[in-house]
Design a protein around this ligand. Sequence first.
Ligand code: C2E
Ligand code: MG
Ligand code: MG
Ligand code: MG
Length: 279
Amino acid sequence: VAKNSGRNRFAYFTSALQEKALRRLVLLNELRNALALSEFGLYFQPIMDLKTGKIVKAEALLRWHHPKLGMICPGEFIAITEETGLIVEIGDFVFREAARWVKHWAKISPEGFQVSVNMSTVQFQSKSPFMAEWFAYIDSLSLPGKSLTIEITESLLLDIEKSVTEKLKAFAGKGIQISIDDFGTGYSSLSYLLKFHIDYLKIDQSFVKSLDTRNGNLAMAEAIVIMGHKMGLAVIAEGVETPGQRDLLASIGCDFGQGFFFAHPLSPSEFEDFLGRFS
Ligand code: C2E
Ligand code: MG
Ligand code: MG
Ligand code: MG
C-alpha cells in the first residue's frame, strides 16, 4: 500500500483526475443525444406545510437515466449543459414535463398545489427560452399559471439586463410564481427584492444543516423568515433532514419545508403515492 511518497500521491491524483475528466468527456458527448433518446426524466420532491404537515408543493428535479451508467444527478451534468447551451432545449423539456405532470395529478393533488421548476441563468439569457411556447402549452392544458413556480438564483437578479427583467415580468403576468433558490448564499444584495416581483425565498440548505447545532444559523434563518414575511413573501427551508430542524423552523414561523426528513426526490409513481398519503 502506498505510503505518502510524493510519486505515489502524484500518481493517485493524476488517475483520479483523469477518471473525472474522462467521465466528463463521456457525459459531454452523450448529453447531445440524451434528449432525443428520451433519457431525461423528472423526479419530484415534496414541499410540506410546516404548520399542517401536509404536502402543498413539489420541486421538479431533473434526472438522466443513462443506459450504462444508471441514474445521473444534475450536479454532474447541468454545468456542462450550461456551457454548451444544451440547457435551453433541456429546460424546455423540463418545463413542459413539469406542466404535464401537474395536470396529470390535478384530481388527486391538494387545492393550490404547485410544482416548481429550476431555471438557470443561461436559459434566461438565451434569446429564445421558449416562454411564449410554454404559455401556449399550459393554456392548451387549461393549466393556470399559478400551478407553476420558477426557481431562480440570486445571481440572475444582479443581472440588470432589461431582457431578464422583462422575462420575469412575463412569468408574473402569466401568474407563474417566482422563487429565489439557495437564498443567502449569493451576493446578499437585498435591494433586488424590491425591484422584482418575488413570491418565495428558499433558505439554502447550508443554513438548515447546522440549525440545531450552531446558534448563528438559527438567527440567520429567523432573520430571513422575518424579512420575507415583512415583504409579503413566503419562506421555504431546503435540506430539512431531522425532526429537530423541522421543529426549529416551525418555531420561527418558516412556512414550508423540503428535505430528506419528509421525502427524497421521488419518481412520478412514488410521488403519486406520496400525494395520496400526505395531502
Ligand atoms: P436545488 O434547486 O437547490 O435543489 C435541491 C437539491 O438538494 C436537489 O439535488 C435535492 O435532491 C437536494 N436535497 C433535497 N433535500 C435534501 C436534504 O435534505 N439533504 C441534502 N443533502 N440534499 C437535499 P439535485 O436533484 O441533485 O439537484 C441539484 C441542483 O441541480 C439543484 O439544486 C438545481 O440547482 C439543479 N437542477 C436540478 N434540476 C434542474 C433543472 O431541471 N434545471 C436546472 N437548470 N437546474 C436543475
Ligand atoms: Mg431548486
Ligand atoms: Mg436550492
Ligand atoms: Mg441550486
